[in-house]
Structures are given as C-alpha cells and as structure tokens.
Design a protein around this ligand. Sequence first.
Ligand SMILES: [Zn+2]
Ligand SMILES: [Zn+2]
Length: 136
Amino acid sequence: MKINLRQVPAEGLELSENLMPSDLDIVSKEVVFKKPIEIKAFIEKGINAVTVNARINSEADVFCSRCLAACPTKIDKKFRFVYETDQGQEVIDLAQELREELILDFPVKSLCKPDCKGLCPKCGKNLNLEKCNCKI
Ligand SMILES: [Zn+2]
Ligand SMILES: [Zn+2]
C-alpha cells in the first residue's frame, strides 16, 4: 500500500485497499488467509512527519504447531505509524509495517489450546481426539 503524499490534503486522506497475502509477502504454511486483507487507513500530514492510523481486517486459519488442526481466527487490528519524512519525499510504502503488524499477530508457535496434546510421534494420531497404544 503506497501513499502519494502529494495527494494527501491538509484535512487528511482516507484510503482503503484489499491486499492478498502474496502482495505483502506473508504467505506461510502456519497461517492461511481465507479472505483478502482489508486495510483502511487515515493519513495525516504534518510538517516533518506523516501519521497513519490503520485498521486491518481479515480471516485466517492458523494451524496448531502441535496437532496441525486449523483454528479459524478473525483478524481485527488497529495500529498507528508515524513516519518521519524528508523534504521532497513523495511516496511512502506501508507494506513493511503492515507485514510486521500481521506477522506479530501470529506467534511462531501457535497452539489450538494451551494444553494441546499434539500428535503421537509414532502413529500420528491426534491425541486430543483419541488415545493410542504406542509406548513412547
Ligand atoms: Zn493443537
Ligand atoms: Zn501412537
């Protein structure tokens, strides 16, 4: 999501955009987005800085790192960035910040529940759902 600062009037500018995970380079095996990532941003221009108030909405399946179950997760996040702008700078790109905000939302190890028993390393059964007779 790029913002052309010349197009931001004194009273601010509202922008909305739908991005695909691939646009933000956040395609991963652990988090599969089921909808485009909807971004609404309000941009205000100061003398040496630009303030962006943004809200992200989407839905994703987050896979449990122990049992691999998909957990449908709603994403609704608000955040605020302040960019210092150099004289003459015309375009700022929000992609990096959006990516970080989205990735921060998903811990590397996400669990479907805190006490997830995971899969049996021998037979692969989901131990949350059934017991197996393997001796580990
Ligand atoms: Zn799990
Ligand atoms: Zn087993």
